[in-house]
Design a protein around this ligand. Structure first.
Ligand SMILES: [Zn+2]
Length: 250
């Protein structure tokens, strides 16, 4: 809907308004819609191309932890910490990381966490692909999870958090539930543990979805303290699917 309104507004801008402006009118009227499109692609929470769950609508003090890009070197350490603290989480896994990490993937399921689809390839050019190629990639990931665990993920988190019309179509056609976040930890960039911790805990709100990466050593290192601080602020860590009241599997 938003996309259609935007499309009509852009046409009006270029055909009706641009000719009435000075010589740079066309440039301006092209730059505005292109900028909107760019920011809509990198902000899943705008719900511009497709509605996505980026937080839960609740006043209850609950939050959900989500880990992207595994199963990887730090996943088992993270699972140990979650088990010691009796905390559930969701893992948006990359299909090509499953081979060699089958036991870890099975452990995610066995210990009560959920597995989501984060594409098979997590390819750099993923967002340049057509919907058919994206769908094939997403199916390959689900096939890998199915082979190891017997489960078929229903939740999908776009690689790099980028959305576009082709990916929105692939998600719709494959009937995935798109999942974003509203607290981006930047654990792939921040090197200072205290800075990372305060960045996350400073943004806590009821219904928050926290984005972390089980591929990062710093994330495994801060997790015990992060859980402790979240609990100190009287938030309960719940599983994403339960917080959003959706099914994690088909
Ligand atoms: Zn990723």
């Amino acid at each position: 809907m938003k996309y259609r309104v935007f499309f009509i507004a852009s046409i009006v801008l270029i055909i009706v308004i641009a000719p009435r402006l000075p010589w740079y009118g066309y440039l301006l009227c092209l730059l505005v819609p292109l900028s909107v499109l760019f920011f809509a692609c990198i902000n899943l929470s705008w719900n511009f191309f497709i509605p996505a769950h980026c937080k839960a609508e609740t006043t209850e003090k609950v939050v959900a932890l989500s880990f992207d890009d595994g199963p990887d070197l730090c996943t088992d350490d993270i699972l140990d910490t979650l088990k010691q603290n009796d905390v559930p989480a969701s893992f948006f896994c990359i299909g090509k990381h499953i081979a060699g990490n089958e036991k870890t993937l099975q452990r995610i399921k066995d210990e009560g966490h959920i597995i989501g689809n984060h594409s098979y390839s997590h390819a750099f050019w993923f967002d340049m692909w057509g919907p058919q190629k994206m769908m094939a990639d997403m199916r390959l990931m689900n096939k890998g999870v199915m082979t190891v665990t017997g489960l078929t993920p229903a939740l999908f988190r776009p690689p790099y958090g980028v959305i576009n019309p082709a990916l929105a179509s692939a998600i719709k056609w494959e009937k995935y539930i798109p999942i974003g976040w509203n607290i981006r930890s930047f654990d792939t960039r921040i090197k200072d543990k205290q800075k990372l911790l305060s960045r996350i805990t400073g943004q806590l709100k009821p219904g928050s979805i926290i984005l972390l990466h089980d591929s990062m050593a710093i994330t495994a290192a801060i997790l015990p303290e992060l859980i402790k601080q979240i609990k100190t602020k009287e938030y309960k860590i719940v599983r994403l699917d339960k917080m959003l009241n959706i099914n994690a599997y088909v």
